[in-house]
Ligand binder design. Structure first.
Ligand code: BTN
Length: 327
């Protein structure tokens, strides 16, 4: 894991989108041309598109705004009483969720946030890999300590999915929905996801790490095994600032956590019904080896999905939902 460094400074110089020779970059950074070349190679390996043209030098495919913790905190988090203990910006890390999970301590009470430009082992739900190219998405994890027991917190991941949606909508109006339990969707394509991990006593105080991944501007040719979309394809050049989006996400998620902790999940049910991507549609729920076909009928008071089959509505707390194409 590395903090801001050579890559950061190099990208700052390249961020104006123009060509810069290796010699010029080396001079500015106080390193050799070979060191510049090495850094470029590594960034390319981490998924950045950087053109290298003999005689002209290097340039970025798109200008890039790197994450900066002071910007996020002082410019983009309006509510100063957040009580955030720490906001750490890392350049590269295996996974921001694992980073926090490995460090959780009994003494941690206040919320903490970690964001990274790159994850080498980004994790999705159900053991899947989360594609995490350099500066192409937001990779954010938050630690939050709840006073309630885990048993009371069934709706956490749904409430957080809604909070993420709200944060994005506050910066760019578009048609975003949530697919149970917590996928962010745009017209049937996945824009982002949420990974909630809990530790602690299920019946009393509970500590949570929530990870959020939002596709921002993914490199051309990115290969993901399901239909997906990124913010840049939705709004073109009107992309919100990455620092601003990160600040809005942190604030909105912390808000949702405190509402959840104080008032429970019921507060979110109506909002869910307005944003539900599959309600009243034919769905399949894959539950282990079992498949339940029916009509989605929203969620219940614990955040479980309700599915009607053979005229009976039943609730399910886990499983993978997919839309059924009408035969
Ligand atoms: C999903 O499968 O939909 C959940 C994806 C969650 C990805 C985020 S990126 C930041 C955090 N760190 C991880 O390793 N995963 C989550």
């Amino acid at each position: 894991m590395a903090r801001m460094s050579m890559h950061h400074n190099l990208l700052q110089l390249l961020s104006n989108g123009r060509f810069h020779s290796g010699e010029e970059l080396g001079r500015e950074l106080g390193v050799s041309r070979a060191a510049v070349w090495k850094s470029i190679k590594l960034l390319q390996k981490m998924g950045m598109t950087i053109f290298a043209i003999r005689g002209r030098g290097y340039s970025l495919e798109h200008s890039v705004e790197l994450l900066e913790s002071h910007k996020i905190c002082s410019e983009y988090m309006t509510n100063k009483d957040r009580n955030l203990e720490q906001l750490l910006v890392l350049e590269s890390v295996p996974s921001t969720n694992s980073y926090l999970m490995e460090r959780i301590d009994n003494d941690w009470v206040k919320p903490r946030a970690v964001v990274a430009e790159y994850q080498s082992e980004g994790r999705g739900r159900r053991g899947r890999n989360w594609c995490s190219p350099f500066a192409a998405s937001i990779y954010l994890s938050l630690f939050y300590s709840f006073d309630r027991g885990v048993a009371d917190l069934g709706g956490i991941s749904l409430a957080i999915g809604l909070a993420v949606r709200k944060a994005i909508l506050s910066l760019m109006p578009c048609e975003l929905s949530v697919k149970w339990p917590n996928d962010l969707m745009w017209k049937g394509k996945k824009l982002g996801g949420v990974l909630v991990e809990l530790s602690g006593d299920p019946l009393s105080e509970c500590k949570m790490v929530v990870g959020v991944g939002i596709n921002y501007r993914m490199p051309n040719g990115t290969n993901i095994d399901q239909p997906w979309i990124d913010l840049s394809s939705i709004v073109g050049d009107n992309l919100p600032s990455r620092n601003e989006l990160t600040g809005a996400l942190i604030e909105s998620i912390l808000d949702a956590c405190s509402v959840l902790d104080n008032s429970g999940f019921e507060q979110f049910i109506e909002e869910w019904s307005l944003a539900d991507a599959v309600v009243n549609q034919k769905v399949s729920l894959q539950l282990g080896n079992k498949r339940i076909d029916g009509i989605a009928r929203g969620i219940d008071s614990l955040g479980s999905i309700r599915i009607e089959s053979d005229g009976v509505v039943r609730s399910y707390a886990s499983g993978e939902v997919s839309l059924r194409v009408t035969e």
